[in-house]
Design a protein around this ligand. Sequence first.
Ligand SMILES: [Zn+2]
Ligand SMILES: [Zn+2]
Ligand SMILES: [Zn+2]
Length: 474
Amino acid sequence: MPDNQQDYLIIFLSPEPSRTPGEQWQSDRYQQFAYFNDSLAAPADRPAVYVIDGKDPSYTKETLQQLRSHPDHYADLCFVSDPVGSSDDGLSDGKLPDPASLQGTVTESQQLNLLFKTIEDGQQTHEQWLMRFLLMRPNYVIKPLHQWSHARRYRYPILEVFGGPMIDTEGWLKRLVSQRILQSVELIDRQKECTFCKSAQLSFIDVCPNCSHIDINKQISLHCFTCGNVAAQDNFMNNGVLVCPNCSTRLRHIGADYDRPLENYRCNSCTHYFIEGDVLCRCAICEQTTSPAELLQNDIRSWKLSDHGRLTAMHGNSDDLFDVFNQLNYVPYELFIHDLNWLLIQANRYEATNFSVLGLYFTNIPELISEIGHQDVFQLLEGFSGHIRSLTRRTDLCARAVENTIWLLLPHTDYEGVKGLESRIKVAAQLTQQQEDHLLVCEMVHFSSSESSSVAEDAKLLLAQMQSDLIDAR
Ligand SMILES: [Zn+2]
Ligand SMILES: [Zn+2]
Ligand SMILES: [Zn+2]
């Protein structure tokens, strides 16, 4: 075996304990192998690759579940010898490749594995399991599996396996997306879901718009012009001629004596006539009834590990660096936009209104992380955030929209005021950097209501313009 090739072990798993590896595996092509009948045990000194042998889908499924829930082997490569008979829902690495490709896959996987730093105390979270699994498979896409018998109709088997039985997979997925660990690949489906239990097993039923009873039926009705009576056609039949049951008028000519009303549904419970029934939605799982307008709408997507997720996986820390700015008057972005819009409207109406916005963009965070590590960058930002805190007032608001940018909203601050703050922050940045060897590069851009006579009353537009100025300044 050439030096650059890694020594690894292929472990075959089979439902037939007495079976020995077939000729096909023993041939010179797969040189390194051992055969452990039904155990995930692998020697610690050599990397191992698993192959599930056999055509029994339930065995494949069970073994993959065991492997992916094993604290030492959950991210290991695992192939199936028979893709036709397999039932793995994305838990395997597909069909066993030929020896040359297998060598390449193993080497790549080992290199990627080195990037993942396990947490010192050995306590790994569900997120870390998932991120490591994904980090070692750069092209892996988390696909929703359609299953008609499932309450939500779509499942994510890989999330179920890493989340464990106690976790609400859908809630976990939402958290992973809001933490920007996963990013969307493709929209697969869009479905309505029950407001109460989020099930997608719904049925729709027409009911009477007057009393909501389900006992309605289509009925041919007549409308008597003389008295205005509307009733079923059968009620007008009298010895072969049409007679109004209400006023006893004989109805001879349609259009002159009577017509057919548009209302051709009748409720057998309250005798109400109507054109169109109401629609009610019933959930098959929790049996609650709602109106279709109240149902939740859910986009079903496929997902992959984002760049941010990759960084987080490699540095073994899912803490958000920008949490250090929580000590400022940090507000949700939507609230920041709301307040900024309000100030913009005021500034256009009343000349005396004075406010400014200051944007700070940290241009070299990813580079710094790879130079000095996540923890040191965290401390650097923490020191800087402390300086900013001492320079701002309690009325100033702080928010964050896109990566590595924070916004400060400064009420009652004119052009001179914001220029002053900007230069004091620059000094603070230099002070922070005097204590550290590494430079935190921060670009700034400001807007002042006193600067411009007329501004668009649109906060998002304003911030987008400022953001592009910040990126250009880099
Ligand atoms: Zn009714
Ligand atoms: Zn009549
Ligand atoms: Zn429900």
